[in-house]
Each structure stands twice: as structure tokens, then as C-alpha cells.
Design a protein around this ligand. Structure first.
Ligand code: NI
Length: 168
């Protein structure tokens, strides 16, 4: 397995719209394993392929306490089940160090495929429901900072740009 480099805001590649996963082959499996390893190493709860500059509709998530229950979502689709909304503070491995409140639908139905291409459905709750929506946004080139005020977004942008200019 290998650690993958995570793109950071405002990298324009994060705005790419990902293409459907069509081949559920060994190469996809390797990518999934690398994404899971990268997620754990970065201490995140979710990672979209977009964030590692692979523009396929693929997400890995682990919201478990023990960090040993990774979920794989290929070609995820979300249906909002009712008008209930939930506000939660979100962060993102592509926007390191910043957390802002985002309002999202609370009750959703997710349809996706697993690493072998088998279709499944899920009615996630709590953090998992938030996380899936956040990751699906990545596949559509959207970031959580798009939901906050222009002023806050620009402040985050200039702080990260400044960090990126400094040698690591
Ligand atoms: Ni994110």
C-alpha cells in the first residue's frame, strides 16, 4: 500500500467533476486500499478520490471509534428523505486546520456500489450522514468552504496559500 498526496484548497484540481467507476478490478482495489491507508494516516473520517487527484466517483469513510471499519462507496447517490436539516461543524483534509458550521439534510438514503461492484443501500445517521454528503460534494468539485461566507472563505484561502508558499 502507499500513502497518497492530499490536494489542498484552493488547488483547482479539487474542482474537477469525477467520472463514474466502471471497472471494479485489481487497480481499483489497490486505489481503495491506498485511500484507506491515507485516510488513517491523516486521521480523517472520510476521503474522496478527488482529494488524491484521481477523478473517479469513489469515497472511503470510517466513522468508527476504533478506526477499523472502513466503508467504500463507489458511484454514490443520495436521496434526501425529508425536510429535516442538521447543522454540524465540518473540517476537511483538503482544508487543514479549519472548522466551520454547515447545514445539511439530516435524513438521506445512499445508494452505492462496494469494491466488487455490488450495489447496496444505506440510511446513515449522525456523523456518517454528514460525512457522506461532504464526500459526495468532493466528487462534484465542491468543498465545505463553499457553504460559508465569502469573507470567511477568502480568509481561509489566504492563510492556506501563505502556508503553501512556505517550504515544508
Ligand atoms: Ni473533505
Amino acid at each position: 500500500m502507499a500513502l497518497l498526496k492530499i490536494l489542498e484548497f484552493p488547488d483547482p484540481r479539487l474542482r474537477t467533476i469525477a467520472k463514474p467507476v466502471t471497472d471494479f478490478d485489481a487497480q481499483l482495489s489497490r486505489l481503495i486500499d491506498d485511500m484507506i491507508e491515507t485516510l488513517y494516516e491523516a486521521d480523517g473520517v472520510g476521503l474522496a478520490a478527488t482529494q488524491v487527484d484521481v477523478h473517479k466517483r469513489l469515497v472511503v469513510i470510517d466513522t468508527s471509534e476504533d478506526r477499523n471499519d472502513p466503508l467504500v462507496f463507489a458511484n454514490p447517490e443520495i436521496t434526501v428523505l425529508d425536510g429535516g436539516m442538521h447543522e454540524g461543524r465540518e473540517g476537511c483534509l483538503s482544508v487543514p486546520g479549519f472548522y466551520e458550521p454547515v447545514i445539511r439534510p439530516e435524513h438521506i438514503l445512499v445508494r452505492a456500489q462496494d469494491r466488487r461492484g455490488k450495489a447496496f443501500e444505506l440510511r446513515p445517521e449522525g456523523l456518517l450522514a454528514v460525512c457522506i454528503q461532504h464526500e459526495l460534494d468532493h466528487l462534484n468539485g465542491k468543498l465545505f468552504v463553499d457553504y460559508i461566507s465569502v469573507l470567511k472563505r477568502q480568509r481561509i484561502r489566504s492563510k492556506l496559500e501563505k502556508q503553501h508558499r512556505q517550504p515544508a
